[in-house]
Every structure is written in structure tokens, then in C-alpha cells.
Design a protein around this ligand. Sequence first.
Ligand SMILES: Cc1cc2nc3c(=O)[nH]c(=O)nc-3n(C[C@H](O)[C@H](O)[C@H](O)COP(=O)(O)OP(=O)(O)OC[C@H]3O[C@@H](n4cnc5c(N)ncnc54)[C@H](O)[C@@H]3O)c2cc1C
Length: 262
Amino acid sequence: MALAVTEPSGGSDVANLKTRAVRDGDFYRVTGSKTFITSGIRADYYTVAVRTGGDGFAGISLLLVEKGAPGFSVGRKLKKMGWWASDTAELFFDDCRVPVSNLIGAENMGFAGIMANFQSERLSLAIMANMTAQLAFEEAMKWAQRREAFGKPIGKFQVLKHRLAEMATQLEVSREFTCRQAAKMAAKMAAGKSVIKEISMAKNFATDMADRLTYDALQIMGGMGYMRESLVERLYRDNRILSIGGGSREIMNEIISKQMGL
Ligand SMILES: Cc1cc2nc3c(=O)[nH]c(=O)nc-3n(C[C@H](O)[C@H](O)[C@H](O)COP(=O)(O)OP(=O)(O)OC[C@H]3O[C@@H](n4cnc5c(N)ncnc54)[C@H](O)[C@@H]3O)c2cc1C
């Protein structure tokens, strides 16, 4: 399955999406396009955000579109910096007929569904960043203990010892914060409350920490860190998407500042 929200005209401003679905008897007729859709090539089913009503967030609905639906086509597999294990694709809707029974939730209530789903997606991305950083840290530690320069393991140089100490600290702080917010999210969701501010903070903190940590791990590994055979080279590339997808760092900061009353 794939979730198709982002369009060529933009992904951050979800409330402004343009793919239109017009009711025609027992069908919607969908026209528009999506891009950067994870698993767009391999998916059998697509949850597609469409405009069924007027402008803004109150005019958005979610439709389940099946591969092979008339008027629906999948474009090329996009080449990207990292995440090579997942495909990323463009989707095209040319007067695509979708049964009305494929509407997910109520008509024009799709924005709330997208936003609710974003909470767990953003938490997952924070966890993914912490795990990416953990792997990079372990690789850097092993290398620092094994690799020798000027007659001793490079991990014995104070500048690298301190860098590794700082990496361990940042990682620990980020992981603890993310776990705490996950527990808070579980408790608050059970009570019907939102943790939108804290989850946005966890995503930004973890993804920024992991960007820095994978950069530093690669530096500690020197030329080997730059080689395709090095795990850290992959982690460095893979992590870069995490502060863009699922709501960018800037959009997280918009949410946080709004929750702060700014
Ligand atoms: C590998 C990959 C997988 C993806 N998978 C999916 C998927 O499965 N489904 C899906 O729907 N989308 C997916 N996306 C799209 C992703 O969600 C968007 O790329 C992201 O939301 C940003 O949208 P955009 O790229 O259009 O950038 P834009 O919205 O054009 O933003 C460009 C820049 O402007 C900044 N910006 C925008 N608005 C503001 C503001 N108000 N204040 C300050 N700065 C701002 C952004 O933070 C960003 O830095 C994927 C993207 C990638 C790269």
C-alpha cells in the first residue's frame, strides 16, 4: 500500500492540494497527479488525498484507489540519494473512476485523517533516526578502536574520544526524549488528547541529531567512511530524508510555535 498526499506543486502545504475528485453517480472522477510516493511502484492499493470540496483543509477527502483502475497510471521510478530499498514514484489520474464505496472516512474530512496519521508517522521517523544514529555510532566506535595512526588507535586521540563521548550523549538524550514522548502519546491518545507539539519536537531533535552523528561517524572513518562498502556511507545518505518527509523540519517548527501560542 502507499499513501499519496504530495503533489508536484508542493508537499508542505497539504491543505492546498489540487488533485480533484468530482462525484458522478456511484463514482468519483479523479484528475491530477502525485509525486515522491513511497512504494508507488510496488503498491496494489493507494490512499489518495483528493479535493472533493472547496479551497483549504475542509475540502479534502481520502480515496482508496486500486492499481489498474481505469485512468490511473504509475510513472517512473524516481532516482534518489538514499532509501534505495524503497521505490518512490509519480502517480497520474486522468479522469480515473473510483467507486464511491472507496471513500475512507467522511467526505471532506480527509485532512483530519491525514493529520492523525502523521502523529504515528512522525514518531516512527524519530525512532528511525535514533536507530540510524545508533548503527553509525557503533560503526564509528569499532573503527576508532581498531584503526591506528601515528602508532596508536585513533580513538586514543583526545579530539576523537571527546567527539565519541558527545555523540553518545546526544544519542542517549534523543532516544530518551523520543521514548518518553512515545509513552506520553500512548497515554494521551487513550485519553483523547493530542501530543502534536512533543512529537514534532522529538522528530526534529532526533533527525537533526542523526544528521550530525552520521556526518561525524563518516568523518571518524576517514576514506573508508566514504566508500559504498561502508555501512556509514549508506546511513549518512539514508538519514537525510528524515527531516524532509512526514513534514519537514520547518513545518515541525511551525507546529511547535503555533502550539506555543506564537
Ligand atoms: C524519499 C521520499 C519519500 C516520500 N514519500 C512520500 C509518500 O509516501 N507520500 C507522500 O505523500 N509524500 C511523500 N514524500 C514527499 C514529502 O512528504 C515532501 O517532500 C515533503 O512534505 C516536503 O514537500 P516538498 O518536497 O514539496 O517541499 P516544499 O513544500 O516545496 O518545501 C520546500 C522547502 O520550503 C520549506 N517550507 C515550506 N513551507 C514553509 C513554511 N511555512 N515555513 C518555512 N519553510 C517552509 C520546506 O520546509 C522545505 O524546506 C516523500 C519524499 C521523499 C523525498
